[in-house]
Design a protein around this ligand. Structure first.
Ligand code: PMP
Length: 353
């Protein structure tokens, strides 16, 4: 830290992204990326004409992409906000809805960026423990006078609440914004997007990084009541009006025209997830029932760190969290069937079975 860094931020512990080591070619199962490429229309959309267009600023209204997303989700363009990855939409939501002393409530085991935003903006965080089995009790979130942030399905557990359970939480907090982070919803979860028409306090955040194979393009979006979207626009125009670059917006709109390709990928990933779960269970692992493109697994008698390290030495990267309650676990992204067979082979090697 330099001597010039703001004293206000000196305690800030930044978010740690999944590692990207370059020393060898790993089977990369640590960042919940898709093993499949974007659909053909995405490459076609990123053509020479679009490259020429880079001399101009991107469209700050993002109207083309908003219109395409609106028609995909059965809402209006004024119900859609687009962001530089969904991290940015989440960032803006914390800034917009929790900085005035209201505070924010979220689970103890959830996306580890939420506490970082709280540190960054000096937001009082109420961290609500998940139950012993890592499930979330919706009643813990009723009647809170705070901004509520729930990843549904949750990370790193992979567990999901039903839409009905989420609706009860939204209903029970009419004076607070409920942010539902649906980064993983396309792998078997129930989206709250249809509820946004009914509840003016519900903001749903999604991403192109997982099910739409575009983590590197950095594209996320939020869907909600037009007045909530307007709040996010105010923050955007006060920080970075051109938050999403033109090529990414084109790629994002093109992907929506090929949704069935992505639905097919999600289907394959869910099948591979169920296969991997069964195989790990045969090897004595406990695997939480996942509605995401990753599984959260532990093997009694094998430390989480040892599994992580043993796999890394064998060329497979998974994600280990050195954190209370989950030290025994690893989060394993679902790749192709071939990648998961390599994982399973390395696990067997480690276990010497
Ligand atoms: N929410 C959750 C729960 C996530 O796991 C991630 C991925 N790290 C994100 C949001 C952010 O993803 P992105 O910024 O790539 O859209």
């Amino acid at each position: 830290m330099s001597q010039f860094f703001s004293g206000q931020l000196s305690q800030l512990a930044p978010y740690t992204p999944g590692e990207q080591p370059k020393d060898k070619n790993y089977v990369k199962l640590n960042a919940n990326e898709s093993p499949y490429p974007p659909s053909p229309g995405v490459a076609a959309a990123l053509n020479a004409r679009e490259v020429d267009g880079l001399r101009l600023y991107s469209d700050a209204t993002a109207i083309e992409l908003k219109t395409a997303l609106a028609s995909q989700y059965g809402v209006r363009p004024e119900n859609v906000f687009v962001s530089n990855g969904s991290d940015e939409a989440l960032n803006f939501a914390f800034l917009a809805y929790a900085t005035d002393g209201r505070g924010a409530a979220f689970a103890d085991l959830t996306y580890s960026f939420y506490p970082v935003f709280c540190d960054l903006y000096h937001i009082q965080a109420d961290v609500i423990p998940l139950k012993e089995d890592f499930s979330l009790d919706p009643r813990d979130y009723y009647g809170r006078n705070q901004t509520i942030v729930i990843a549904n399905p949750n990370a790193p557990t992979g567990l999901a609440l039903s839409r009905d359970e989420m609706e009860e939480i939204v209903k029970a907090n009419p004076d607070s914004v409920v942010v539902v982070d649906e980064a993983y919803v396309d792998f078997g979860g129930e989206s709250c997007v249809p509820l946004t028409q009914k509840y003016p306090n519900l903001l749903v955040v999604q991403t192109y990084s997982k099910s739409r194979s575009m983590a590197g393009a950095r594209l996320g979006y939020a869907i909600g009541n037009a007045s909530l979207i307007q709040d996010l626009e105010t923050i955007k125009f006060s920080t970075n009006p051109f938050n999403v670059n033109q090529l990414t917006m084109k790629a994002g709109a093109a992907a929506l025209a090929e949704q069935s390709y992505y639905d097919g990928n999600c289907q394959k990933i869910m099948e591979t997830r169920d296969y991997t779960t069964r195989e790990l269970e045969k090897l004595g692992f406990t695997v939480l029932p996942s509605k995401t493109n990753f599984i959260f697994a532990k093997k009694p008698g094998l430390a989480g760190a040892a599994l992580y390290q043993g796999l890394k030495e064998r060329g497979v990267l998974v994600r280990y969290f050195d954190k209370d309650r989950i030290r025994d676990y690893n989060r394993i992204t679902i790749g192709t069937r071939e990648q998961m067979d390599i994982l399973l082979e390395k696990v067997r090697e480690l276990l010497q079975v």
